[in-house]
Design a protein around this ligand. Structure first.
Ligand SMILES: [Zn+2]
Length: 268
């Protein structure tokens, strides 16, 4: 098999749900949240791809093989590099209005210039400027998309980033993007923690109303349940008690704090 095909690991999780996994640590060892999970939902007439990955190898042929004759919608959960660098392969990409300005221009990956990883040459070939999607559409809180026998609803969940979204399906899945996963957490400055906590409470409330919801995070383990949200909520609440243990982590220009369940990188 070629490198292209080996790079992505595709698995059929349900009749209508594929997971396309990509290891992101291949670009720099500081990224430890392997794998990135991209999700592909198949409705009867439309497919929905959630995120486009690191842009190292062609993703579209992998997706095309799975969706048959269906139309394809492509959403970015947010504009961080590991979720958007494949955008250029797709004609049209949807993102929350607050993050359009990160993906409507070439994406600057020059901070990886000194990476010890060979694969970064793929970015170097593009002068570390990864081209954007040709067309960008806006997502808003409450938007509903009909895929044919599956509806998906957009929930705006700011905190991890200003325009982060989660996706709630009529079939009982909650795609939590980078708002919640078991892995290293990238958090905003401490003064913005209330935003993160409000978002997590909103999702916890949703899980209390809809008890059988399955959570599908954009990194590492899936499916998860409500415990992921409460673990993260309690962990972030407790950071103030661990503040004296913080270490500077310059690659992310962040403070690093560890507890039993998570590592937190907090913007400085
Ligand atoms: Zn991510």
């Amino acid at each position: 098999m070629s490198d292209d095909k080996q790079h992505f690991k595709v698995s059929k999780h349900k009749d209508y749900l594929y997971v396309i996994k990509e290891n992101i640590s291949v670009v720099h060892p500081a990224y430890r949240n392997d794998p990135l999970n991209m999700y592909l939902l198949l409705g009867t007439h439309t497919a929905l791809l959630l995120d486009t990955g690191c842009g190292l190898y062609p993703l579209k042929p992998v997706v095309d093989e799975l969706i048959g004759e269906r139309n394809l919608l492509v959403f970015n959960t947010h504009a961080h590099w590991d979720h958007v660098l494949g955008n250029e392969e797709f004609g049209e990409v949807y993102i929350h209005t607050k993050e359009v300005n990160f993906i409507n221009r070439p994406y600057d990956m020059s901070y990886l210039k000194d990476s010890p990883c060979e694969i970064v040459k793929k970015y170097e070939e593009k002068n570390f400027l990864i081209p954007p999607a040709r067309n960008i559409n806006i997502l808003k809180d409450g938007n509903v998309f009909d895929l044919g026998e599956i509806n998906v609803k957009i929930i705006h969940t700011p905190g991890h980033s200003p325009g982060s979204i989660c996706l709630l399906t009529s079939t009982g899945e909650l795609f939590t993007s980078d708002v919640a996963y078991y892995g290293d957490q990238f958090l905003p400055k401490r003064k913005d923690f209330p935003k993160v906590l409000i978002t997590l409470s909103k999702l916890i409330e949703l899980c209390e109303k809809q008890k059988d919801l399955e959570l599908y995070p954009s990194h590492r383990k899936y499916p998860c349940d409500k415990t992921l949200l409460t673990d993260l909520y309690n962990g972030i609440k407790n950071i103030k008690n661990l503040w004296d243990t913080k270490k500077a982590f310059d690659f992310f220009y962040a403070w690093q704090i560890d507890d039993i369940k998570f590592r937190y990188y907090i913007s400085r």
